[in-house]
Design a protein around this ligand. Structure first.
Ligand code: PLP
Length: 268
């Protein structure tokens, strides 16, 4: 059995050739991959909740299955929590779904609005990084005080006033309102949501991976996007992106968004 290499557009061929891909949510494909080349796999990296094909939730048992597979094969499980970190819970998707990866990558929220990224994980792995270990990692802006201070302030605020219950309510209101609006207009729409992140896909069938996401009517999404823009609501310009509710959004912002969506859906 052979496995796909990523679309090499923009990705150096040497790096692409060291990478194997399997479809999201397909535990059988991951099992087959590990059965064939498990001893050569250094790490399995995944967005625990996908945000970059639109929001796609892990099926029950999928992340658990990956945890078992990687542990058995001696490969690291890396969660890319650049989107989900601090968004789905203070401890990210790994807290929400109760799965502990070996390494985690973070960005966005951890910078409190300033550009910063971070990674972390088990001490025995992090001890491999200089100065404790032999893996040198540094850069002009590594640990830059401005971004780190902003990030610390953002994290302190999340601990002081956890926004997660309110975000859950706002996210649910938005998802239910979009679905109700689409039903009223007879427009097929699937809304995938967890917490404050969601995507409405213009399709009737469940969206559980990139292939099913691609069945969405992207021309219809483009018309919807424009109709929303004309009403002052700026959604992501691609069907395959996520929408986020934030602590800055109020109930009246959502009312405005949903009344614009009802009009926009009518005009599709
Ligand atoms: C899930 C995910 N991982 C990684 C990245 C890349 O992050 P950065 O631009 O901080 O390298 C992004 C960027 O949006 C992302 O959404």
């Amino acid at each position: 059995m052979t496995f796909g290499v990523p679309d090499s557009a923009g990705v150096p061929a040497g790096i692409a050739s060291d990478t194997l891909t399997v479809p999201y949510n397909d535990l059988e494909a991951a099992r087959a991959l590990f059965a064939e080349v498990g001893s050569e796999i250094a790490a399995f990296i995944i967005e625990p909740v996908a945000g970059n094909m639109g929001v796609v939730l892990p099926r029950p048992g999928y992340l658990e299955g990956l945890r078992t597979l990687t542990r058995e094969a001696g490969a690291l499980l890396i969660f890319d929590e650049v989107i989900t970190g601090f968004r789905l819970a203070l401890g990210g998707a790994q807290e929400r779904y109760g799965i502990q990866p070996d390494l985690t990558t973070l960005g966005k929220i951890i910078g409190g609005g300033l550009p910063v990224g971070a990674y972390g994980g088990r001490a025995e792995i992090m001890d491999r990084i200089a100065p404790e270990g032999p893996v040198y990692q540094a850069g002009t802006l590594s640990g830059t005080p401005l971004a780190v201070t902003a990030g610390q302030a953002a994290l302190d605020a999340l601990v002081r006033e956890p926004p997660y219950a309110a975000l859950e309510r706002l996210g649910a209101t938005l998802a239910e309102g979009l679905l109700a609006g689409a039903r009223e207009r007879g427009v097929p729409l699937v809304v995938n949501r967890v917490g404050s992140m969601l995507t409405g896909f213009f399709t009737a069938a469940p969206v559980s991976d990139y292939s099913s996401a691609k069945l969405s009517d992207t021309a219809r999404y483009a018309r919807f996007h424009l109709a929303m823009l004309e009403r002052g609501i700026y959604l992501a310009p691609s069907q395959f992106e996520a929408a986020f509710v934030s602590t800055a959004h109020s109930g009246s912002d959502l009312d405005r968004t949903l009344s614009a969506a009802r009009e926009a859906l009518r005009d599709l």
